[in-house]
Write a protein that binds this ligand. Structure first.
Ligand SMILES: *Cc1c(COP(=O)(O)O)cnc(C)c1O
Length: 385
């Protein structure tokens, strides 16, 4: 039996044809497919504006810059996240302020945000862990009253809902990832969505060298096509049409792919419920998760093996796993630059030592899911105390 990879992109003939068509069209960089992808994605998440970018990292970086965040400002974010969430804050000159997460879903809670708030707090950057939405409505309401912005790291959270409202329509800016392992992929790519025209315009301007062709159309009638104006130094963060063409097909298939991940998560939830050695994360009852990840945690004292050995035993049975995440406060750079002892993050520090991420993706076959389930049951049985 071949090994089950931790992730496998769900790319079919339709995606392949769409990319070939984009290549044949002669338009290789940002063009008609990118514009259409923005428009369709914005509709899908009920956002008024959507800007396609080269990554979620780029989207978060530009969102912070568009909000004017920089030196002297503080941005509150969870320690339980990927490198990107904090590094973009550092790149703006602002200070990342790490907080612990809730054991239920590994998301931040308002109480922790309130404790970390200072007079320098300008932004909250919640991460929708594994596709489980953060309490973003509550955070956004609290933040609005205090003139604090909310930029949401929704790299895992397409499609997802918080009380029937789409993730992508709630925060000041929501940032999505279309990286190869994410729930919708175009290889590399990202999207910033917002209801604010000013932020959308500024993100778009900064994504392409700070160059505006609008400035010319305002000042002259019928400007020649070659005229443009540099408004400020920007970045090169745009998406290309062959990638957008692939994203458009993935977007059409999003419901079908989501349904498949929900079905797999239901199988895993049943296994976890049947074994006292295991627990898993659960989205809050008012949320619909994208189910990008399925994280199980080993209950202390139940098995004679630790997490590393558990993952190794799965690997021996052909199941590849991953770990989400090594919390930021454990990494060399953040240990050196922030005065955060691990005791400040009891939930994340503990979860890091007990977690395993199981394979969950729409291209997984029933036989593969069966194999994962059988492997977990065998290990729980063989190593139960
Ligand atoms: C993948 C990921 C990102 C980065 O996405 P890119 O599109 O690769 O930039 C950001 N945050 C989290 C939580 C992620 O998992």
């Amino acid at each position: 039996m071949p090994d089950i990879p931790f992730a496998r992109p769900d790319i079919g003939d339709r995606e392949i044809s769409a990319v070939v068509e984009a290549l044949r069209s002669g338009w290789l960089t940002q063009g008609p497919a990118t514009r259409q992808f923005e428009s369709m994605f914005g509709k899908a998440v009920h956002a008024d504006y959507a800007v396609a970018l080269s990554s979620c990292t780029a989207a978060m970086h530009l969102a912070l810059l568009a909000l004017g965040i920089g030196k002297g400002d503080e941005v509150i974010l969870p320690t339980m996240t990927f490198a990107a969430t904090a590094e973009v804050v550092v790149h703006t000159g602002a200070k990342p302020v790490l907080i612990d997460v809730d054991p239920l879903d590994h998301n931040i809670r308002l109480e922790e945000v309130e404790k970390a708030r200072t007079k320098h707090t300008r932004c909250i950057l919640p991460v929708d862990f594994g596709g489980h939405p953060s309490p973003v409505i509550e955070l956004a309401e609290w933040a609005r009253d205090r003139e604090i912005a909310v930029v949401e790291d929704a790299a895992h959270a397409f499609p997802a809902k918080h009380t029937a409202r789409s993730i992508g329509s709630i925060a000041d800016v929501t940032c999505f990832s279309f990286y190869a392992t994410k729930t919708l992929t175009c290889g590399e790519g990202g999207m910033a969505t917002t209801q604010r025209e000013d932020l959308a315009k500024r993100i778009r301007l900064l994504s392409l060298h700070g160059i505006s062709s609008d400035a010319w159309s305002r000042e002259a009638n019928n400007p020649p096509a070659w005229k443009y104006e540099i408004m400020e130094p920007g970045w090169k963060y745009n998406l290309a049409d062959p990638a957008a063409a692939m994203g458009l097909v993935q977007l059409e298939r999003a419901d079908e792919m989501w349904a498949r991940r929900r079905a797999i998560s239901a199988r895993y939830q049943a296994v976890v419920a049947a074994h006292d050695a295991l627990e898993c994360l659960t989205p809050r009852p008012e949320c619909d998760s994208a189910w990008h990840l399925f994280v199980i945690k080993i209950v202390p004292g139940t098995l004679s093996i630790d997490r590393d050995r558990f993952a190794m035993e799965l690997r021996r049975r052909g199941v590849c796993t991953s770990l989400h995440f090594i919390p930021l406060h454990v990494h060399a750079y953040y240990r050196a630059t922030l005065e955060h002892p691990p005791e400040n993050f009891p939930v994340a520090t503990d979860a890091y030592l007990r977690s395993v991420s199981l394979p969950i993706y729409s291209a997984m076959s029933d036989a593969e899911v069966d194999q994962v389930v059988a492997a977990i049951e065998e290990i729980c049985h063989a190593f139960h105390r």
